[in-house]
Design a protein around this ligand. Sequence first.
Ligand code: ADP
Ligand code: MG
Length: 267
Amino acid sequence: MSGEGLTVRDLRVTFDGFTAVDGVDLDIRPGDLRFLIGPNGAGKTTLVDAVTGLVRATGSVRFGDQELLGKPVHRIARLGIGRTFQTATVFEELTVVQNLDIAAGAGRGVRTMLRRRKDVPEPVARALETIGLSHLRDRPAGVLAHGQKQWLEIGMLLVQDVRLLLLDEPVAGMSHDEREATGELLRRVSEDRTVVVIEHDMDFMRAYARSVSVLHAGRVLSEGSVAEVQADAKVQEVYLGRASEPEPAPGPAPTPAPAAASVAEEA
Ligand code: ADP
Ligand code: MG
């Protein structure tokens, strides 16, 4: 594992007297694939906003040996910290390669970046490979499927050589296959970077998290491995109990109960 870890101490964010993040401590090791879970309104997005400089916060957020709190957004980005938002923000009219090229910047003029080229710069080619979009490199980003747009956004962080990725619900709205592909992508990405994923989907969390923090009402309720967090009575009480109720999801309807009952009778 290489790269820097993220250390958060007594992080607090207040909006007009309402405390959205209420004294959070986190220790995220280099190369971790940390899932931040918790009910709606737990403060997950606000925590990421605080780390990336989008909201004012008190306490301490260190990435490697750098204190992030108090730094403006662009300086935090320049330290190798990147995030995605719940809705993808790619340039729909530009091709996949052009989106990556613009993210990479690399001091080239806009015209050079927008020209269609046979050879793409090495970091762009590598990112295309990693996100699995090489075959779509010259298609406009607007025609990509929802999941592919999220992958492109992750690619746009990779070409900037981001070393800490903070992803806000990257698999929301994705199909089962897209979720699996995203999980594998996050595994690859976290081989030499630190990744923090905000997630709602418990199955996805169980399958891919290396470590988990459960947030509730602005505080860390529990932290550890998937098994540790799942075994935590506090978590079962306030979160897992509710989250494990069936939620309306796209896809085939579950097997109707009568069929299952008849199988049981035959046995
Ligand atoms: P999560 O991402 O865990 O669903 P959020 O971080 O978005 O939760 O929100 C945490 C709490 O802070 C919520 O109660 C939300 O309404 C509140 N909040 C978030 N952003 C703002 C804001 N800009 N102004 C006021 N309240 C906010
Ligand atoms: Mg959120």
